[in-house]
Design a protein around this ligand. Structure first.
Ligand SMILES: [Zn+2]
Length: 443
């Protein structure tokens, strides 16, 4: 066997790429990811001309072609095109000239590799490749520059930031442009609104949007005592909606912050409370009680962010769950069980609670009692009425959250995009501020 001839291999590679055609940027992006992975080479976009910004003397390409191809030309260069900066026998390593040029075909229906020069002036290092390579980079980078989204992510953005992002935005990918347009409208009518945008790392895909209007901030300043944290699952196929509510003077739950986030984003409670406290710092010490649904995790975030607040778990949710858990763990059909669990949750003294626990040991099977002692006994202060925050004792948290969910369902378009959902929520908030005003006057 003869050793491989590097020069010949290189020519083969160039042959493989030269004149290769793609009917979409996505198609090229997928091909290029795999190609780079095989060869352990790192390229990035040096310059590009988006089709949406081209002027046409003759017939312009069809809108679906503009959407698919995205660019009329793109130059990709080796990561080391400026030189590696390493000194090589006292001399600076010269920049690498490996590059690839892609152009739209004269028929304006595909992208063609028109130039390709693949000789590198440095060794290719698999370790370096593994460190820097970002699959999907070309696809993600087609809307906004990743360095911009990485920089702005998780920070509060203002009207000027949004307008700057809009001016960079080259396409409608992933609904980012639509979201930015809604935010631009929000800041135009309410310059004091607070917004945090979180992008997925190294991708131009919105992961989370936290927002509250000036009116919502005013509500949280006026009614900071009790907050409710609610999650609406499956807003559309990708996103969940979280709300933080306060109770207004008419005992209605009113949103003081909203958060739209990709499903399964962890630790939203902490993110939302932290963002709320950053937006309205004076509530930090004023909140006395935060009531949450049962499925919310990382409750310790409440104490960390709102030091005077205690955590309460929605009592009727706990009750319903205990009842079905009892069936699951082998409780017999027994009409005493439901009233007993109700007495337990609604206990008005520690003695009444202890009494109900003793009865439980008689009526309910051992596995259930063990389950209860392990999971719910230690947290009894969070769900038994006696230990509830005084002002919250008369608030039916579950009903309040249900009413809010009903209003949301009525206000939201079916299966909305993130941008549409923001519009719906802002419209609902504006409408409610009308009847809320009457409620505020009542107290
Ligand atoms: Zn190179």
């Amino acid at each position: 066997l003869l050793p491989p001839n590097p020069a010949k291999c290189l020519l083969m590679e160039e042959d493989e790429l030269q004149e290769k055609e793609f009917f979409s940027w996505e198609g090229f992006s997928a091909f290029f990811d795999a190609w780079c992975e095989r060869r352990k080479v790192l390229f990035f976009v040096k310059n590009s001309v988006p089709l949406s910004k081209c002027k046409w003397a003759t017939a312009p390409p069809q809108p679906d072609v503009v959407e698919a191809l995205k660019y009329s030309s793109v130059r990709l260069v080796c990561k080391d095109f400026r030189g590696s900066g390493k000194l090589d026998q006292g001399e600076q390593q010269k920049g690498c000239s490996a590059n690839i040029v892609l152009k739209m075909s004269p028929k304006k229906d595909r992208l063609i590799v028109t130039e390709c020069q693949l000789a590198h002036n440095h060794a290719l290092c698999p370790i370096e490749f593994a460190y820097y390579f970002k699959k999907g980079y070309l696809m993600a980078n087609s809307c906004l520059p990743v360095r911009t989204t990485n920089k702005i992510s998780k920070q509060f953005v203002g009207g000027p930031d949004v307008r700057r992002l809009l001016s960079y935005c080259k396409s409608r990918d992933h609904g980012v442009l639509d979201v930015l347009t809604v935010l631009d409208g929000l800041f135009a009518s309410d310059p004091g609104a607070k917004v945090k945008l979180v992008f997925m790392e190294d991708k131009v895909i919105v992961q989370t949007i936290f927002f509250l209007s000036s009116r919502m901030m005013a509500l949280s300043r006026r009614f900071p005592l009790m907050l409710f944290f609610d999650r609406m699952v499956g807003l559309n196929e990708e996103f969940d909606l979280y709300s933080v509510l306060c109770v207004d003077g008419a005992w209605h739950g009113r949103a003081v912050a909203y958060c739209l986030t990709q499903q399964d984003t962890p630790d939203l409670l902490r993110f939302m409370l932290a963002s709320l406290v950053q937006s309205v710092p004076e509530v930090k010490l004023q909140v006395r009680c935060v009531t949450l649904g049962m499925e919310i995790a990382h409750l310790e975030a409440v104490k960390e962010l709102l030091p005077n607040a205690r955590v309460q778990i929605c009592r009727s949710q706990v009750l319903e769950m205990l009842f079905s858990k009892a069936q699951e763990l082998g409780a017999a059909e027994d009409e005493r069980i439901w009233p007993l669990l109700c007495r337990l949750a609604a206990a008005k003294s520690p003695a009444a609670y202890q009494q109900a626990v003793q009865e439980m040991k008689v009526i309910l099977p051992q596995p259930f009692v063990r389950y209860f002692q392990r999971h719910w006994q230690p947290r009894s202060e969070m769900w038994v009425q006696f230990w509830a925050f005084e002002t919250a004792r008369d608030v039916n948290a579950c009903e309040l959250l249900k009413q809010h969910q009903r209003r949301l369902l009525a206000a939201l378009s079916p299966s909305p995009t993130v941008a549409q959902c923001m519009l719906d929520l802002l419209a609902m908030e504006q409408w409610e501020s009308g009847w809320g005003q009457a409620g505020c006057d009542g107290i």
